[in-house]
Design a protein around this ligand. Structure first.
Ligand code: FAD
Length: 372
């Protein structure tokens, strides 16, 4: 009855469902949860192009941002913000920013003086320079993911079965917790950071662990953030900037001035929602099984970094944490059995890259079948 089964209804699974449905396949998506609850709804919804690693990842991000823009209208998803405002405060950060703008990835980005950055966002503090990138965008993930699933169902005939855990997937079949064996010629496994159930040996071999992130929502400050904001800490962390030779001096300065933030893997991202509230994060702590507790000292450090860039922080109205699968490299795509493909984004960039990754993976499977 189905040509394709996708396990996992996070962004990676939904992107594979879309790519398969667009090839005319009859798709069934299985998820163990009653509704989306994983990394895909806990994130910023920041579809980051600028600052992704040069080469394939940057290309995946550009194509995925285009896909979000194309899908948003038909699926009823609001694009909350467009672009990125990168604020450099330290001279070493300005050097990284300027070096980045010289690369091909800087194309279309507009360099700003500190004063021009303040003209865009009056509360920005101590900006020595900045750039505005038009390439990036933001959606509200906690509503966008359910809307995307509904659109797949209604516009592409994708079937969903929720509250059903896949226990084993082999050639042509997926055995599930409801006692049913679902059958399809092609199976995509997109279980995110759950490695206990499906092919744990693959996760172990790839050295995948979990990364825990702490996140905050602040009350509306009463002003509009013109675009998602990042600053010096991101210029030292995101690979599109961090591999530039100029980033060494920035890292050295941050080591002496922001060691607590670096120790918690904090790099500031601030985005704004439709009701004016701000999502602020994030931290990075790595463990096979991260604890579920939000540590106040980490939140306090995130808020300190916010205040250094945007001034006094409004009240915290929500706190949460999330985890994603983490390993070296952008993602893994493995074929543990004939007709079964396991896809895991291991770089914390699923919202930014999953649509294009899925297009490539699904294309390779069906295009190679066509050739046989
Ligand atoms: C706090 C936070 C902030 C982030 N910010 C960003 C950002 O702004 N931009 C960006 O690009 N990326 C961001 N990321 C990373 C991004 O969210 C992830 O890369 C992406 O969501 C991973 O998607 P996924 O579908 O693989 O995983 P998930 O969203 O975790 O989905 C996996 C699904 O599989 C299901 N599942 C697992 N095992 C089974 C099974 N055996 N049977 C049935 N169902 C199963 C789960 O129930 C789940 O619904 C962030 C991550 C976090 C945690």
């Amino acid at each position: 009855m189905h040509d394709v089964i996708v396990v996992g209804a996070g962004i990676v699974g939904l992107a594979h469902a879309l790519a398969a449905a667009r090839r005319g396949k009859r798709v069934l998506v299985l998820d163990r949860e009653a509704h989306a609850n994983g990394a895909s709804i806990r994130n910023f919804g920041f579809v980051t192009v600028t600052g992704q690693e040069q080469g394939r990842v940057w290309d995946l991000a550009r194509r995925s941002a285009a896909a979000w823009r194309e899908i948003a209208g038909p699926a009823g998803i609001r694009i909350e913000q467009e672009g990125l405002l990168m604020v450099a405060q330290r001279p070493e950060a300005v050097a990284v920013l300027d070096a980045f703008l010289q690369t091909g990835m800087g194309e279309g980005c507009k360099r700003l003086t500190g004063g021009e950055a303040q003209g865009l966002c009056a509360t920005v503090r101590s900006a020595a320079a900045a750039f505005f990138s038009p390439h990036d965008l933001r959606v509200e993930s906690r509503t966008a993911i359910p809307l995307l699933a509904r659109w797949l169902e209604e516009a592409h005939g994708v079937a969903f079965k929720r509250g059903v855990a896949a226990l084993h997937a082999g050639t042509g079949e997926v055995h599930c917790s409801d006692g049913v064996t679902y059958r399809a010629e092609t199976v995509f496994l997109c279980p995110g950071d759950d490695w206990a159930t499906l092919y744990p040996d693959v996760y172990a071999k790839e050295g995948i662990i979990r990364c825990k992130l702490q996140m905050l929502r602040l009350a509306s400050p009463g002003w509009t953030l013109p675009a998602p904001v990042m600053s010096d800490l991101s210029l030292a962390r995101y690979l599109g900037y961090a591999v530039l030779p100029e980033a060494d001096a920035l890292r050295a300065r941050l080591q002496s001035e922001a060691s607590a933030a670096l120790g918690h893997g904090i790099h500031l991202i601030v985005v704004q929602s439709g009701d004016g509230s701000l999502i602020v994060g994030d931290s990075h702590h790595y463990s096979p099984t991260p604890d579920p507790f939000s540590v106040d000292a980490v939140d306090a450090e995130i808020l300190r970094q916010y205040e250094a860039v945007l001034g006094p922080a409004p009240a915290v109205v929500e706190r949460w944490s999330g985890t994603f699968a983490s390993a070296a490299g952008h993602s893994i795509v493995r074929h543990p059995a004939q007709g079964v493909t396991l896809v895991v984004v291991t770089s914390g960039t699923g919202a930014s890259t999953a649509f294009a990754l899925a297009e490539d993976v699904v294309g390779q499977i069906f295009d190679s079948q066509r050739k046989i």
